[in-house]
Design a protein around this ligand. Structure first.
Ligand code: PLP
Length: 385
C-alpha cells in the first residue's frame, strides 16, 4: 500500500514525518532556531528563516496537512485570521468582487466589512442554503466564492457542492473555511474546492493552547499566498508548530468522540422542556440535515441552543454549569460555552444578528471529550436552576 492510500488515521500519525527520522526521534523535534546555515549556492532554495515559513517544523506540518485533505500543498500561519486575510489580499485585487455566505464567523465578517472593503474589494453576502439566488449577485469582476463547511454559530451546512459547481461555471476561485468540520469530517479538495482554510487553534490542535492557521489546496495558489505571508509576517513559531503537530496526531480519535457526544447532547436538548430550539446538523429535523448527510462524515462537536425564557435564563445557565468553561473559542478537549451575541458576533449590530437568526439568548456549545453522561447531568441541573 502506498502512502497516498493510507487511511486518514494513519496519515494523521505518519504522513509528512521526516524520513528518515531526525536522529531516530519518533516525535518531531522542535527546531527553535530563527535562522539556519546555508552553503551560499542558491539562496532562493536554501535560505531558512522562521518568517519564511520553511523551517523543518513548518515543512513537516505542510506535508501532513496537505496529505490529510488530499490537497497539493499547505501553508501554516500565525492564526486563522492571518491565513484568511493573507489569502484574500493575495487572490483579490481592488475592484474585484467576493461572494461570501451570510452566516459567517464574526471575525471573518469583521475582516470583510473592515480591511477587505477598505482596500476596494467589493463584498456581497449570499444565502448559502439557496443557490438559485447566487446568480443575481454575480458581477463582471466576481472573482471568488467563499463558504464555511459548517457555519458559526448556527452550525449550518450550506450547498457546498453547488458552490464548487458555481465557481467552475463562472470561472471563480472557490474557498471554504473548514475549521468546524476538520479534515476528519470533510476534505474540501476532494470535492473540488480550490482552497480550504482553517483556524488550527480549534480542532486540528485540539488542546486550547495555541493560535494558528492553515490554507490547503492548489499548489500555485498556496505558493502565491506563501510569498505574501512572508511579506505580511504572519509566521508560526516553531514551538507552536510542534504543539500543533503533536495535537493533530489524535485528531481522528477526538473528532469521532466530539461527533458522538454532540449528537447525544443535541438529541437530549431537543426534547428538553427548558430549551426552545437546538441547532445541530446531525438532527433529522435540522434544515442542514440533508446537506450534512450528503457531504460530511460527521457533524462536528459544536451545537447551539436557546434556553427557554430569554437572555437572562441563558446567562443564568452559563453561571450554573460546572463542567464546561465559559470561554470563547472551540474545538478543544474541554467543553466550552459562549453566547455569540456578546462574544464572537458582538461586532455585528443587533439588526445584523437578528437577520442571521442569532438571538441574544443563543448559547454555543463546543462539546469536549468528557463523559457524555456527566455533561447531560450537568446541563440538566443548570437548566433546572
Ligand atoms: N474561522 C472560524 C470558523 C473560526 O471560528 C475562527 C475563530 O474562532 C477563525 C476562523 C479565526 O481563527 P483564529 O482565532 O485562529 O485567528
Amino acid at each position: 500500500m502506498g502512502r497516498e492510500e493510507w487511511r486518514l488515521d494513519t496519515k494523521l500519525v505518519r504522513a509528512g514525518e521526516p524520513d528518515p527520522a531526525v536522529e531516530g526521534s519518533v516525535s518531531m523535534p522542535i527546531f527553535q532556531s530563527s535562522t539556519f546555515e546555508y552553503s551560499g549556492d542558491d539562496p532562493d532554495q536554501e535560505l531558512r528563516y522562521i518568517r519564511l515559513n520553511n523551517t523543518p517544523n513548518h515543512l513537516a506540518l505542510h506535508r501532513k496537512l496537505a496529505a490529510l485533505e488530499g490537497g497539493e500543498a499547505a501553508l501554516v500561519s500565525s492564526s486563522g485570521m492571518a491565513t484568511i486575510s493573507t489569502t484574500l489580499l493575495t487572490l483579490l485585487r481592488p475592484g474585484d468582487h467576493l461572494m461570501v455566505q451570510r452566516s459567517l464567523y464574526g471575525g471573518t465578517h469583521q475582516l470583510l466589512t473592515g480591511v477587505i472593503s477598505k482596500v476596494g474589494i467589493v463584498v456581497d453576502f449570499i444565502d448559502e442554503m439557496d443557490p438559485d439566488t447566487w446568480r443575481d449577485a454575480l458581477h463582471q469582476r466576481t472573482a471568488m466564492i467563499m463558504v464555511e463547511s459548517i457555519s458559526n454559530p448556527l452550525v449550518r451546512v450550506g450547498r457546498l457542492r453547488k458552490a464548487v459547481e458555481f465557481a467552475r461555471d463562472h470561472d471563480l476561485l472557490s474557498m471554504v473555511d473548514n475549521t468546524f468540520a476538520s479534515p476528519v469530517n470533510f476534505r474540501p479538495p476532494e470535492e473540488g474546492f480550490d482552497l480550504s482554510v482553517h483556524s488550527c487553534s480549534k480542532y486540528l490542535n485540539g488542546h486550547s493552547d495555541l493560535v494558528a492557521g492553515a490554507v490547503i489546496g492548489k499548489r500555485d495558489l498556496v505558493d502565491r499566498i506563501g510569498e505574501n505571508l512572508v511579506d505580511l509576517g504572519g509566521c508560526l513559531d516553531p514551538h507552536a508548530c510542534f504543539l500543533l503537530h503533536r495535537g493533530m496526531k489524535t485528531l481522528g480519535l477526538r473528532m469521532r468522540r466530539h461527533n458522538q457526544t454532540a449528537l447525544t447532547l443535541a438529541e437530549h436538548l431537543r426534547s428538553h422542556t427548558k430549551v426552545s430550539s437546538v441547532h445541530y446538523p446531525g438532527l433529522s429535523d435540522d434544515p442542514s440535515y440533508d446537506n450534512a448527510r450528503e457531504l460530511l462524515d460527521g457533524c462536528g462537536g459544536v451545537l447551539s441552543f436557546d434556553p427557554a425564557g430569554g437572555p437572562e435564563h441563558a446567562a443564568r445557565f452559563l453561571h450554573e454549569v460546572r463542567i464546561p468553561y465559559v470561554a470563547t473559542s472551540l474545538g478543544g478537549v474541554e467543553t466550552l460555552l459562549s453566547r455569540p451575541a456578546v462574544t464572537s458576533h458582538s461586532g455585528l449590530s443587533p439588526e445584523e444578528r437578528s437577520d442571521l437568526g442569532i438571538s441574544d439568548s443563543l448559547v454555543r456549545v463546543s462539546v469536549g471529550i468528557e463523559a457524555a453522561e456527566d455533561l447531560l447531568e450537568d446541563f440538566d441541573r443548570a437548566l433546572k436552576a
